[in-house]
Design a protein around this ligand. Structure first.
Ligand code: G6P
Length: 613
């Protein structure tokens, strides 16, 4: 959730830290802070709100932080309001700490420390880490030993980086449950610790991910890694695939819009990795072997990725005849799920770091009854924890997604899941080769079709202008378009702060219809398909009760039903409609949010990577 960075080198690090925090801000933006150490003191700078408040604070100072070793943090509040006092780093006499995650036993530790006379200045769980380390240092322990003793008494999931007043070139980082990576730059004689390889990309691509329970001591020239048993260990460094720097917004006013417009390219790249465009065949090596003769599977995810799982369920059942059970990871992990022997489990997560999804995978791994359940990850980050802990992973090629509301990560997930469906249909012999080729062909056309839709985006601005006046909005869809209706409602809530709810169109009569009046627009997703006529009947039921309609459908259906607002979509094979119908609902949410003047890229209370429960 929070972004953390530590840098130790030869030059003053505060601007390097604030630049890095810009790349980490998507993880949280309730407050930001940094600390550096030099001349036997720790300099601390913290500001409530976005990073620019911290930058402005430092800019106003006559004496910017001088240290060549420092730590920084961008916060998504868990314990304690988003105030300056609760902002990280937290400091004591001898240490400063940045923390991502939750210390579950902080109340016990806090009361033990208070009994020893320690005074707490924040409402956070994180402050106990600082005072516990400080306590051990004052007892004469070395920084490493004090850290190890502290780690031994912390419960929960976390990544931390610690700065020591009396050791001005050294940082210690520890990982348990939340990611942490070391980066080395040989050119600048600098060493880094960060929650995120993206943040380190402009400095170095030489990265080593700490494993569960690891901790590391770094200085400008050296690092030493220890495992959970405090034994020295070697871990491999890899060259991260993350591109050198996240390019800016270019000509676009927001990252979200830029990312919407990147979709033809990134969906195309994702499809290219799985489809042989000449033979129209699908290549997903090993997937047949992993699935074997299994006729069932589990799909587990959170947020937007969960809606991708719901689309995949429909595709896998229809085309590959695999019976699918979808679960929210946060529910799955606590409800004693009955896994069948050897049943494959597919975990979908663009970040590959979502705490609940990771925990759900670990739960499956511990499931010892019967034949092992293979764990497959579908991720956008090949080096992510989920990918590394899986038996097999599939990668989407969305590139870094900075807008907090997921757009291109979702459509690339849908593209990969469509390919997975065809690979399994082929493996199981549920579709004739000619049909597989037709469906592969429909997928290959998707980037062109997305472009076609994007060219008509102006039509959506007018609809959005009206939608911005609504306080409640209903989305309806059937079959594979029902999860897209859910995603549409989520997007509108996330960035325009308009209450929206989505229903399977057939369920509308069983309750939601009571809400219909002239103030609540309904957005109907009705592509040509076996159920189009049913959805259009539901739409008529809303219209006859005075509910305003926004119909997203093909030109013929729009002409026949003459709704208040409509957006005409290209007619394609039903197999690819979930990907294509996502584009207008993204644009609709985006332009509605822009009309309302909300913070599109960093909506309130949200964060991109949810690495806490
Ligand atoms: C957060 C993000 C969503 C994302 C969800 C799951 O809530 O704001 O956009 O869908 O986490 O993230 P994942 O990385 O697991 O796909």
């Amino acid at each position: 959730m929070c972004g953390i960075i530590g840098i130790t080198g030869k030059r003053p690090v505060y601007t390097l830290i604030t630049d890095t925090l810009k790349r980490l801000e998507y993880r949280g933006y309730d407050s930001a802070g940094l600390a550096t150490t030099s001349q036997g003191r720790i300099d601390l700078w913290r500001a409530q709100g976005k990073l620019h408040n911290l930058e402005a604070l430092i800019a106003r100072s006559h004496e910017p932080p001088p240290g060549t070793c420092g730590i920084g943090h961008t916060r998504w509040a868990t314990h304690g309001r988003p105030t300056e006092n609760n902002a990280h780093p937290h400091i004591s006499d001898n240490v400063a700490v940045v923390h991502n995650g939750i210390i579950e036993n902080f109340r016990t530790l806090k009361s033990q420390l208070e009994k020893k006379g320690v005074h707490f200045t924040s409402e956070t769980d994180s402050e106990v880490i600082v005072h516990t380390i400080d306590h051990h240092l004052k007892q004469g322990d070395s920084p490493l030993r004090a850290t190890q003793k502290t780690l031994a008494c912390l419960e929960g999931a976390f990544a931390i980086v610690i700065l020591f007043r009396e050791h001005p070139t050294m940082l210690i980082g520890a990982r348990r449950g939340s990611p942490l990576a070391i980066g080395i730059s040989e050119d600048t004689e600098e060493m880094y610790l960060s929650s995120d390889a993206i943040a380190l990309a402009p400095f170095t691509q030489k990265i080593c991910y700490l494993e569960e329970g690891d901790h590391a001591v770094i200085t400008p020239h050296q690092f030493t890694l220890y495992n959970a048993n405090n034994k020295k260990v070697e871990r491999a460094f890899t060259l991260t695939a993350t591109s050198g720097a996240i390019s800016g917004k270019g000509e676009f006013p927001h990252y979200m819009l830029k990312e919407i417009y990147e979709q033809p390219a990134v969906v195309g790249e994702t499809l290219e990795t799985f489809i042989d465009s000449l033979k129209r065949t699908i290549t997903m090596p090993s997937i047949g072997t992993i699935f074997g003769q299994s006729t069932t599977c589990r799909l587990i995810a959170c947020g937007t990725s969960y809606y991708a799982a719901q689309v995949a369920r429909i595709l896998l059942e229809r085309y590959a005849h695999i019976s699918v059970h979808c679960d929210y990871a946060s529910e799955f992990r606590y409800r004693d799920p009955m896994l069948r022997d050897g049943q494959p489990c597919l975990f979908i997560s663009q970040s590959g770091e979502t705490a609940d999804t990771l925990a759900a995978m670990r739960l499956v791994r511990q499931h010892k009854k019967g034949k092992k359940n293979p764990c497959i990850a579908l991720v956008n980050v090949a080096e992510s924890s989920l990918a590394r802990e899986s038996d097999h992973f599939i990668v989407t090629h969305a590139g870094p997604e900075i807008g907090v509301a997921s757009t291109k990560a979702f459509t690339t997930q849908l593209a990969a899941l469509s390919c997975l469906t065809l690979a399994l249909a082929d493996h199981r012999g549920t579709l004739p080769q000619a049909t597989i080729q037709t469906l592969a062909n429909a997928l290959i056309e998707v980037p062109t079709r997305i472009n076609q839709i994007l060219k008509q985006a102006d039509a959506i601005k007018d609809i959005a202008h009206d939608l911005a006046k609504a306080h409640h909005v209903m989305y309806l869809g059937r079959d594979s378009l029902y999860p897209i209706a859910l995603e549409g409602a989520l997007k509108l809530k996330e960035i325009a702060y308009i209450h929206a709810h989505a229903h399977a169109a057939g369920e509308m009569k069983h309750g939601p219809i009571a809400l219909i009046d002239e103030t609540m627009p309904s957005i109907i997703l009705a592509p040509p398909s076996a159920v189009q006529v049913k959805t259009l009947s539901n739409m008529a039921e809303i219209a006859s009760r005075g509910g305003p309609i926004i119909l997203i459908s093909d030109a013929r259906a729009i002409k026949k039903s003459a709704p208040q607002h409509a957006f005409a979509m290209p007619e394609v094979h039903d197999f690819t409609n979930p990907i294509l119908y996502t584009i207008p609902i993204q644009l609709l949410a985006y332009h509605t949010a822009v009309s309302l003047g909300t913070d599109v890229d960093q909506p309130k209370n949200l964060a991109k990577a949810v690495t806490v429960e």
